[in-house]
Design a protein around this ligand. Structure first.
Ligand SMILES: CC(C)(COP(=O)(O)OP(=O)(O)OC[C@H]1O[C@@H](n2cnc3c(N)ncnc32)[C@H](O)[C@@H]1OP(=O)(O)O)[C@@H](O)C(=O)NCCC(=O)NCCS
Length: 173
């Protein structure tokens, strides 16, 4: 799998990235969310990564800024969402490589933590744990095991008990 190149997304990738989400999710919603997040204040261009094989984009992962509202005030975190790998390229470790590359970049950029809502048997492979461990809740109802977080610095989520609020770009509420 060393043919895979994980790199920051460029403007010229936008169309292929949309198609990756469309094919992986079988619907338009996630590609549209990506487009809205890119135009929002939470967008971090270095944390929009593509997986490329022979010049073709086969995967995309996006980390963008979100807020944990705590009693001590707002804490900045990152949301991992959405991510997708083209169906023909799934279960070959590409998703995992994108997550690891994204975590590494987020550490380099100095972010404290990442929150993800998703497959409860997948993200723990990369160090995510239930967000409820830190008494972090979601502003809408989610299954406890599907709402996860990872600390990028030691004890970064200590004293972060609070509620994650997704920006309007996610079109959740
Ligand atoms: C979720 C998604 C992004 C994962 O991407 P992926 O490239 O298939 O992910 P990986 O290959 O890293 O891991 C998938 C599984 O393949 C396994 N796997 C990894 N490398 C492998 C290899 N070389 N050979 C065989 N299996 C492998 C992993 O163990 C994992 O299994 P697990 O869930 O039992 O741990 C992809 O399936 C997808 O696009 N799904 C549709 C959209 C979606 O659900 N997005 C996420 C929303 S939360």
């Amino acid at each position: 799998m060393n043919r895979i190149n994980i790199r920051a997304e460029q403007h010229t990738d936008y169309q292929q990235v949309y198609k990756v989400h469309q094919k992986a999710f079988g619907q338009e919603e996630e590609g549209q969310i990506v487009e809205r997040i890119r135009k929002s204040g939470g967008f971090v261009p270095e944390l929009s990564l593509v997986a490329e094989i022979d010049g073709a984009v086969v995967g995309h992962i996006l980390f963008s800024k979100i807020t944990i509202e705590t009693k001590q005030g707002d804490k900045e975190s990152l949301s991992l969402a959405p991510m997708a790998v083209l169906p023909d390229f799934q279960k070959q470790g590409i998703g995992g490589q994108m997550i690891k590359a994204g975590i590494q970049k987020a550490v380099e950029l100095g972010f404290d933590s990442i929150i993800v809502l998703g497959h409860a048997d997948y993200y723990p492979n990369f160090g995510f744990e239930k967000a409820s461990k830190w008494k972090i809740t979601c502003s809408f109802e989610v299954p406890d095991e599907a709402f996860m977080a990872i600390e990028l610095k030691e004890d970064a989520l200590a004293n972060s008990a609070g509620k994650v609020v997704y920006p309007p770009a996610f079109n959740i509420e």
